[in-house]
Each structure stands twice: as C-alpha cells, then as structure tokens.
Design a protein around this ligand. Structure first.
Ligand code: NAI
Ligand code: 15L
Length: 268
C-alpha cells in the first residue's frame, strides 16, 4: 500500500517549509520533526537527530520518511559528523527498529560536485558517475547514500536518494538555470519516490526539465516523475544581470559550482 503518514525531518528549513505546504496535496498526513520549532505548527516534534530516543519516537507508526534535516551547506567536519552522518545513522536505525519500509533521502549534487560540468555537446552526467564530493557536506551525502544501500541490502529498508540540485522558489544564478528544481517539481519527485514500487536503493538527480540541464533524469523518470517546469523562463533576466558561465572560471567548472572553490574550510 502507498504510504500515507510521512515523517518530514527538517520541516522548519527552506525545503521543509516548501514541502510541508505541497506534499499534503498528494494525500499525505505529515508528522513534522526539526530541532527548531516549526512556524505555525504547534504539533511539530522539536528534537535533535542526535537524540536516539526522540528519533525513534518520531518514526514510530509512520509509513515513510522524507529526510531533509541536517546541515545543508559546508561546515566543520565535527558539525557535519554529528548532524549529517551520525544523525542519518540514528534515523535509519530507528526506521529499521520501527519497521519503516520507505525512506526518501535528501542527497545533493555536492556528492558529485567535483565532476566537470558538461559543456557544449558533452553528454549529460549519468547517475552512476563516480562520486566526487566537493566538501565535507558532500561527503556526508555520499555516506547517506551508502547507508541507504546498506539498509536496503541488509534490512530491506528501501530508499530513493535524491541528489537535489537547487530547490528554491526561483533560480537566482546562471548556474541554477542548469540545476534548479522548482518546488512543484520537487513535490512531484518526492511523491514519485514515496510511491514507486520496488525501488530498493535508487539514486536520482532532482531537478526540473531545464533546457540547460547538466545531468540525466532517466532514473527519476523511471520512478514515474514527470517534471513540468523549465528554468529557461528565467534565463534572459539572469544572463543579462550576471553573464553566461565562464568556462575558465574555476567556480563554474564543476557541477558543485562555488562549493568547489568556496568556502575555504581549512584550517578548521
Ligand atoms: P535548511 O538548512 O534550510 O534546513 C535544514 C533543517 O534541518 C533546519 O530547519 C535545521 O533546523 C534542521 N536540522 C539541522 N540539524 C538538525 C538536527 N541535528 N536535528 C534536527 N534537525 C536538524 O536546508 P534546506 O535547504 O531546507 O535543505 C534540506 C535538505 O535538503 C538538507 O539535507 C540539504 O542538504 C538537502 N539539499 C537541499 C538543497 C536545496 O536546494 N535546498 C539542495 C541539495 C540538498
Ligand atoms: C545544496 O546542497 C544546498 O543545500 C543548497 O543550499 C544549494 O546550495 C544547492 O546545494 C546548490 O548546489 O545550489
């Protein structure tokens, strides 16, 4: 049966706020979890992924989890270790113990951020391209994908790992013309990831059907995802303001964009 009750971790964040507005339209009842209070949601569970009892209680009785909580940008290794690596482990372990069968993991393009971006007629980047994290943050997403694979192979917990490009109401940079996922397409993709059958552990890229797309959406489409948006409607304005991406600028040479060159985390 399709999941109906879904735990949304990271519900107070940017993507969590968008998804808690959009996902109920697909018929889900959401349970919200975040270490910060969720605006206007007094029933949201305020808890830290580091608190194993709180995490276990949060997953009890849900059909599926959409896991967005964590540090969403580069940070010190110690912070990433706690929130993204140990936190994601705590969540999967709780899911296993409570019999939750379906997870959707917010991975990131920064798991493969050092991959040179396609230029000209170069082929789209496949989903099985070798991982090349561009940050400790991206490294934690590689860990999450491997953790998801382990919990499928060993425990039968299914996951769709979504390597999200940039999910914001509008693209705000020329790079985002390639990697943008509209919030509405994000909800379509999460819905497909929650309902597709037999996913085992499947990795997909998360973006809209952008004219300037850099990666291959076939594994996402195979779940039933049909993106409806294209960032190209924003292209003229953004390119007039910022210019085309320069092929010689190191911060535009890779999928991860400025995560490759910035922020400098060493020494930390
Ligand atoms: P965000 O930083 O706005 O939200 C993350 C939320 O997680 C925050 O509300 C924060 O309080 C919560 N959180 C952090 N550590 C926690 C902990 N230890 N326990 C409980 N809650 C904790 O990030 P955003 O943009 O909403 O992203 C959500 C997820 O999607 C993140 O995992 C991020 O890495 C991933 N992602 C987002 C992209 C985007 O375009 N927004 C792109 C690629 C990946
Ligand atoms: C991410 O992984 C971040 O969480 C998000 O804030 C954006 O920076 C996005 O990648 C991006 O690559 O634009």
């Amino acid at each position: 049966p399709a999941p109906r009750t879904v735990l949304l971790t990271g519900a107070a964040g940017g993507l969590g706020t968008l998804m808690r507005e959009l996902l109920p339209q697909y018929g889900y009842t959401l349970r919200l979890f975040d270490m910060r209070p969720v605006d206007g949601e007094p029933d949201a569970v305020v808890g830290d992924l580091a608190d194993r009892d709180a995490v276990r209680e949060a997953v009890r009785g849900v059909d599926a989890v959409v896991h967005l909580a964590g540090i969403s940008l580069e940070a010190s290794f110690d912070k990433i270790l706690k929130a993204n690596i140990e936190g994601t482990y705590n969540l999967y372990e709780a899911a296993r113990e409570e019999g939750v069968r379906r997870m959707v993991f917010a991975s990131s393009n920064h798991a493969v951020g050092y991959t040179p971006r396609p230029q000209g007629d170069d082929p789209l980047i496949p989903v099985d391209t070798p991982r090349r994290p561009d940050t400790f943050y991206g490294l934690s997403k590689c860990f999450g994908e491997d953790l998801a694979q382990l919990y499928w192979d060993k425990h039968g917990v299914e996951t769709v790992s979504v390597r999200i490009g940039s999910c914001f109401p509008e693209p705000t940079s020329v790079r985002m013309l390639s990697v943008w996922m509209s919030p509405a397409d994000g909800a379509r993709l999460f819905h497909a990831a929650l309902t597709a059958e037999g996913v085992g552990h499947t990795v997909v890229y998360g973006s809209s059907a952008n004219t300037r797309l850099w990666w291959d959406l076939r594994s996402a489409r195979a779940l039933g995802y049909e993106p409806r948006d294209d960032s190209e409607v924003f292209a003229e304005k953004l390119i007039a303001e910022q210019g085309e991406l320069s092929s010689s600028d190191p911060s535009h040479a890779h999928l991860g964009g400025h995560f490759v060159t910035n922020p400098p985390i060493w020494p930390h």
